[in-house]
Write a protein that binds this ligand. Structure first.
Ligand code: MN
Ligand code: MN
Length: 460
C-alpha cells in the first residue's frame, strides 16, 4: 500500500516549523563535519537548554529528580542526553539513538610526503565509499592534533570562503583508455587517495623543499611539527556549505546526512520537551557505526549501560537488578538513514518496500543482508504499538527495507541495544546518493523525523 507524500498534508504553520527546523539543521551540518564537531555542537545546544554534565552531578554528589536534564560526553566523540521522567528508571527509558560518524578519508599517521614538486597527505578511507567519487572535489581538513605536552590543536582548513581547499586529482580523459576499462571498484584505488596540499618550494637547499614549506606553514599557523601527525585525527571531508537542493528548495544537499540528519532530529526532539516526561528520555549519538560500532566510542562499548547505572545511582536506588530491569524495559528507535528510492537505479529496489523521498519518516522492521543476516528484526507487537503512536501524533511515516532481496544490505546500531532485551526498531530518513560526498534528503522527511522522535519519547 502506498503512503502519501507528506508535502500534500502541510498547513502554513507546518511549513513555518519545517523551515525553522531545516535552517537549524543546515547550521548543525555546516558546523558538524566530524563526530567531534557534532559532540561539541550538541553540548552547546544542550547546555543552552539547561542540561548539566553528569560528571559534575556525580562530583557534587547531587541527586537527580524528575525533570532534571543531564548529558554524558564520551571522549568528545559520542554523547548522550537524558531528561529524567516521573516514572522510575526501572520502568525503562525511551531512547532515540543515531550515529554521528560519516564516511570520509582519515590522514594516515605518517601522511606527509613530497613527489615531483607536489606535497601530499596520504589517507586511509573510513566507512564504505565509492572511491572514484572523492576525486576532483574541493576537500577540507577537519580534526585535532594531540601534542606531547597534552594540548589539543583544532584544525579546520577549507570551510571559510577565504580558506584554500585541498583535493585529489583524477586521470585526464585523454589518457584514460586503460582506466575506463577497469571495474568501478578499482578505477580509483585506496592507495591513490592522496590529497594534494601544496606545490611551492621553500627557499634554500632543502632536500624536499615543497614538503618543508608545508611544515613551515603548519608550524606558523598551528605550532605543530611533522611528528605531531603521529597523534592526530584529521578527517578529509567535502569542503563547503550545505545547500538547498531543487528549484522548489524541497531538499537539502549536504555532507554526512548519514546519519547526522537522524542525530539532529533526535537532538531537536529531546530538547523540545519542556514538560516532565512520563518515562526518562534519552538521545544517544554514537561514533564508529560506519566501521562496525567498534571502539570505546562505538555503540558496542558499555557507555550507555554505565550511564544508566549512574543515573539510577543519582536517583537514589542503585542495584544490579534495578539496572538490568531498566535496560530490559527500554524502548528504542535506532535512528538511521534509509536508501531513498532512485528511479535512475530502479532495478535494485523493490517498489512496494522502498523508502521514498518526501513520504515521511521511515520504519525498517529489519535491515541486514542475505536472509536478514545481521539485522535486528523488530517485534510485530512493538511495530503495532508504534503505528498507533505515529497516527495519534499525525506523523507521516512509511516502511521500507534496503533494496531488493540479495541485492546488498547494511546494518545499524539496533542489534547492539536489542541485546539487552529491549524493544528496538530502525527508523530514519530516506537519502539519495548515500555515502557519496554530497547526499540528498527531503526537508519533509526531516520534519517528520523530528515529529516522530518527539512523539516517541513522550508517548512510547
Ligand atoms: Mn547510517
Ligand atoms: Mn552509513
Amino acid at each position: 500500500m502506498e503512503r502519501k507524500n507528506a508535502w500534500t498534508t502541510y498547513s502554513e504553520a507546518d511549513l513555518t516549523k519545517l523551515d525553522a527546523i531545516c535552517a537549524e539543521y543546515v547550521g548543525f551540518l555546516d558546523n558538524g563535519k566530524t563526530e567531534r564537531e557534532c559532540v561539541q555542537r550538541t553540548v552547546e545546544m544542550a547546555e543552552a537548554k539547561g542540561y548539566r554534565n553528569l560528571d559534575a552531578v556525580i562530583a557534587n554528589g547531587d541527586k537527580l529528580n524528575a525533570g532534571d536534564c543531564v548529558y554524558v560526553n564520551n571522549m568528545g566523540k559520542a554523547i548522550m542526553l537524558f531528561k529524567i521522567g516521573s516514572q522510575p528508571l526501572e520502568k525503562g527509558i525511551n531512547i532515540v539513538g543515531a550515529h554521528i560518524d560519516s564516511p570520509r578519508m582519515d590522514l594516515k599517521q605518517n601522511p606527509l610526503y613530497e613527489d615531483t614538486d607536489i606535497a601530499y597527505l596520504d589517507t586511509h578511507y573510513y566507512g564504505g565509499i565509492k572511491k572514484y567519487q572523492w576525486v576532483t572535489l574541493p576537500l577540507a581538513l577537519h580534526g585535532v592534533v594531540a601534542k606531547k605536552d597534552g594540548t589539543l590543536v583544532n584544525i579546520v582548513i577549507g570551510e571559510d570562503p577565504h580558506d584554500p581547499v585541498v583535493g585529489i586529482s583524477d586521470l585526464l580523459i585523454h589518457l584514460a583508455s586503460d582506466q575506463l576499462g577497469k571495474k568501478a571498484s578499482v578505477v580509483i584505488e585506496g592507495e591513490e587517495l592522496n590529497v594534494i596540499i601544496g606545490g611551492r618550494p621553500i627557499e634554500g637547499d632543502e632536500k624536499e623543499p615543497v614538503k618543508a614549506n608545508m611544515l613551515k606553514i603548519l608550524k606558523e599557523k598551528y605550532d605543530i611539527e611533522e611528528e605531531d601527525f603521529l597523534s592526530a585525527e584529521i578527517e578529509v571531508v567535502p569542503a563547503g556549505p550545505t545547500r538547498d537542493f531543487g528549484l522548489d528548495r524541497s531538499m537539502i544537499l549536504g555532507y554526512g546526512h548519514d546519519d547526522r540528519v537522524c542525530a539532529y532530529a533526535s537532538i531537536n526532539a529531546i530538547l523540545s520537551i519542556e514538560e516532565i516526561p512520563e518515562y526518562t528520555c534519552c538521545c544517544v549519538l554514537a561514533d564508529k557505526e560506519e566501521i562496525g560500532s567498534v571502539g570505546a566510542t562505538g555503540m558496542s562499548a558499555k557507555y550507555f549501560e554505565n550511564a544508566v547505572a549512574e543515573l539510577i545511582n543519582a536517583c537514589g536506588n542503585y542495584s544490579d537488578l534495578v539496572l538490568r530491569r531498566a535496560l530490559t524495559a527500554c524502548r528504542m528507535l535506532s535512528c538511521d538513514v534509509s536508501a531513498g528510492y532512485d528511479p535512475n537505479f530502479a532495478g535494485v529496489f523493490e517498489r512496494k518496500n522502498a523508502a521514498y523521498l518526501g513520504r515521511g519518516v521511515c520504519f525498517n522492521k529489519y535491515t541486514g543482508s542475505r536472509g536478514k543476516g545481521g539485522s535486528n528484526d523488530a517485534n510485530a507487537e512493538y511495530l503495532g504499538k508504534l503505528r498507533k503512536l505515529m497516527d495519534d501524533a499525525n506523523v507521516n511515516f512509511q516502511t521500507a527495507e534496503l533494496g531488493k532481496v540479495d541485492q546488498g544490505g547494511g546494518g545499524t546500531i539496533a542489534y547492539i541495544c536489542a541485546a539487552y532485551g529491549m524493544e528496538v526498531i530502525d527508523s530514519g530518513v530516506a537519502v539519495l546518493s548515500m555515502h557519496a560526498p554530497w547526499e540528498i534528503i527531503s526537508k519533509a522527511d526531516l520534519y517528520e523525523a523530528v515529529k516522530a522522535y518527539r512523539a516517541f519519547m513522550l508517548n512510547a
